[in-house]
Design a protein around this ligand. Structure first.
Ligand SMILES: Cc1cc2nc3c(=O)[nH]c(=O)nc-3n(C[C@H](O)[C@H](O)[C@H](O)COP(=O)(O)OP(=O)(O)OC[C@H]3O[C@@H](n4cnc5c(N)ncnc54)[C@H](O)[C@@H]3O)c2cc1C
Length: 483
């Protein structure tokens, strides 16, 4: 049997790679982790989830100050935002979390961390500068980068992506955001709340296009009401730069007319590209597909000892998906337990205000799958806590299949991501809807909406004419006392 330096080698120190490294090292596998940047943590920590959610919180606080009168409080004079201070806060949160993702921590778990850019020299060996490292199994967890669409003029125009938006020193006065997915929606609202003029350009008629339109429209209207200017059904025709702080995007609108948008900055948020370049994958014949690294349901590439996990496979580009996939790789590659990915109950959330959270199938995906379903819905207008908090916007939708089993749940509303966690537990635990309906929820909480939507499904059954007739017959009930 050939001998290798390491049992497992991992390329990429983000959510997926760190999960594999921590799991493998703690299980006693001789583990190597190679990261090309100077620090571990990946996009989520440095340019994604953490800075975006920190920014969103600062923007939310400013927004609450702005609308203080709606809460019966005096209005507040708001000076312009000093973005350098917001940036400082973002950096301090990143630094705090960085400690958990440090080289020292991984070394203490037993993994060797190497910083540099590896290239496969054969299917068991990589070279980092002049040093060769061999491993019995490899995991490619190199994540993704912002995609730059081939718009005319974009390559000659300075633009921002998630890589630089959180480290600006000054808040630009205006920004045109290309794309209307989760990153675009979150950033549009946050920057608008911080006092920036924000335009969002989207080719289709809907934002957050993976979601059901009625749910996404709740977010759209909320953002519009706060001042974000949406240009839907708008095709980018040309982009040009007129100096450092003056960029122009010309779009063709639905009616065929051209519209010229001018702003200080352009933010490109139009999807992601897998980081598969410069690894020497072509030299070892690892197969790729349209989305990235091609893997089977045990996350093995066509070379069964090389695995892929996280954004690089292009499946579900979320930190929790990357972590989940990292766990699947540990099972297969270290435990030798054949475990397959199952995304049936993979949840996600867009952290706009209101948030839009989803688990399982929504109507779009149920229709695509040709499924027959019913929809049960409840509005936050009927949620006492929501009303008390001034958060009466949004709704929950529960989809049931023909046998009345849950297909999925979507929530648009306050803290929707947190509210979805009850469904994460219930659906993974195969909890019966009757259990959820009879469980006592604390009052007043936003979470009561979860129980209420299940109640909406049971009500017509419990209070049916048949049940009432039966009760009247057996217990001689006298019926209505009024009206
Ligand atoms: C603005 C923004 C907000 C987001 N918010 C959320 C959110 O709220 N919730 C959520 O779940 N997801 C969110 N995401 C998505 C999330 O960041 C990614 O899904 C997650 O980081 C994927 O983890 P990963 O391990 O696959 O990749 P990464 O975390 O990007 O890690 C990949 C690592 O590989 C390294 N690398 C790349 N190439 C090489 C190479 N050739 N050699 C060695 N190392 C290499 C990179 O430097 C990086 O450290 C957000 C993304 C963005 C852009």
């Amino acid at each position: 049997m050939p001998s290798y330096d390491y049992d497992i080698g991992i390329i990429g120190g983000g959510a997926a790679g760190l999960t594999v490294a921590a799991g493998a090292a703690q299980l006693g596998a001789k583990t190597l982790l190679i990261e090309k940047e100077k620090e571990l943590g990946g996009d989520c920590l440095h340019f994604g989830c953490v800075p975006s959610k920190t920014l969103i919180r600062s923007a939310q606080v400013r927004h609450l100050m702005k609308v203080s009168r709606e809460f019966g409080l005096p209005s507040v004079e708001l000076p312009p935002v000093d973005y350098a201070e917001v940036r400082k806060r973002i950096q301090s949160v990143i630094r705090t979390i960085q400690a958990h993702d440090s080289e020292e921590r991984f070394c203490s778990l037993g993994a060797k961390v190497v910083f540099g850019s590896p290239v496969f020299s054969d299917d068991h060996a990589v070279k980092v500068e002049r040093q060769t490292y061999t491993a019995r199994r490899w995991v490619i967890a190199t994540g993704s980068s912002p995609a730059a669409p081939p718009f005319e003029g974009l390559s000659d125009t300075p633009f921002l992506t998630n890589k630089d938006i959180f480290s600006l020193y000054r808040l630009p006065e205006s920004m045109i955001i290309l794309g209307a997915g989760p990153v675009a929606a979150e950033m549009a609202q946050a920057f608008c709340r911080l006092g920036m003029e924000v335009h969002v350009v989207q080719r289709s008629s809907q934002i957050l296009s993976k979601e059901d339109k009625d749910m996404a429209d709740v977010v759209l209207e909320a953002l519009r009401s706060e001042g974000v200017r949406f240009h839907l059904n708008a095709t980018v025709q040309h982009i040009s730069s007129h100096g450092e702080n003056s960029q122009v995007v010309v779009v063709k609108q639905e009616d065929g007319a051209s519209l010229s948008l001018r702003a200080e900055k352009i933010l490109v948020a139009m999807g992601r590209e897998p980081n598969i370049m410069d690894l020497g994958l072509e030299g070892i014949d690892v197969e790729l597909d349209r989305k990235g690294l091609k893997v089977d349901d045990r996350l093995r590439t066509n070379l069964k000892h090389i695995y892929g996990a996280g954004d690089v496979t292009g499946a579900y580009q979320f930190t929790h998906a990357a972590g989940y996939e990292g766990g699947i790789v540990v099972s297969n590659a270290v435990f030798h337990l054949p475990r397959r990915v199952d995304y049936t109950w993979l949840p996600w959330c867009t952290y706009s205000d209101p948030e839009l959270a989803s688990i399982g199938l929504n109507e779009k995906r149920a229709k695509e799958a040709g499924l027959v379903y019913t929809v049960w819905s409840e509005s936050f207008k009927g949620n006492d806590r929501g009303l008390a908090a001034g958060e009466g916007i949004g709704k929950i939708k529960m989809l049931l299949d023909e046998k009345e089993n849950p297909l999925g749940v979507q929530i648009v509303g306050p803290d929707a991501g947190e509210l979805l966690n009850e469904w994460v537990a219930a659906l993974n635990g195969k909890v019966k809807l009757s259990r959820l309906a009879s469980a006592v929820h604390p009052y007043p909480t936003l979470g009561e909406i979860n129980k209420k939507v299940v109640g909406a499904y049971f009500s017509p059954k419990i209070f049916s004419d048949k049940v009432r007739k039966g009760l009247r017959y057996f217990f001689q009930l006298k019926g209505r006392a009024c009206g």
